[in-house]
Design a binder for this molecule. Sequence first.
Ligand code: ACO
Ligand code: ZN
Length: 215
Amino acid sequence: KETNAQLIIDAGQKHFGATICKSCGMIYTASNPEDEMQHVQYHHRFLEGIKYTGWKKERVVAEFWDGKIVLVLPRDPAYALRKVEDVQELADHELGFQQVVPKCPNKTKTFLFVSDEKKVVGCLVAEPIKQAFRLLSEPSESPRAWQCSNVPEPAVCGISRIWVFRLQRRKRIARRLVDTVRNCFMFGCFLSTNEIAFSDPTPDGKLFATKYCNT
Ligand code: ACO
Ligand code: ZN
């Protein structure tokens, strides 16, 4: 059980100005009571949301020295689906996203990266698609207005969401999630990078996708 003392230790020394919490990754102003209150709320929701106690019938699809990837399917038990919802909500909160409603929720596959500290630190949502539009080089002034080609290309797997916990980034977690999707999405074949498509990528998502698809 978490105590307030723990919270203060995690948050580091009190500073004026921006503080980053070492547990939940939120950046807030410790001297601002409203900010601090928001942090306390988020902090608890975050720790609760990513805690992974292990499931009796978990579907482990990849294992690594620092964690494993668990696949959750639409007809899995309620506790698994609830975990997926909690993690997605945290990712949405961070992205400031409106809820992305999957096109066919009964075909969605969710991959969770569980760290060896029993926390969900990465999440990837994939769904079957038939076609995608290639991203063209972006206008540099407006980093969110990428241009898409208007020529559809065949694709198999759409990645509608990929998220890695802020404090665990650049450890190849996203890369391993995508590798695993390519391996598991369609039984018996390894999808090429042309057969997967990232939907509506954020600037981070685009940097990752560009790098991933070229290497
Ligand atoms: N800037 C530049 N290059 C990057 C970045 C970045 N922010 N992120 C990844 N890369 C490149 C790097 O070349 C990296 O290799 P390197 O670390 O050896 O240089 C390579 O991609 C592989 O990166 P990973 O470590 O596998 O990526 P990570 O686990 O950090 O996750 C992700 C990347 C998912 C984009 C993460 O930054 C994140 O969760 N961001 C916030 C949420 C988000 O924007 N998600 C994408 C939404 S778009 C969509 O869902 C379809
Ligand atoms: Zn925190």
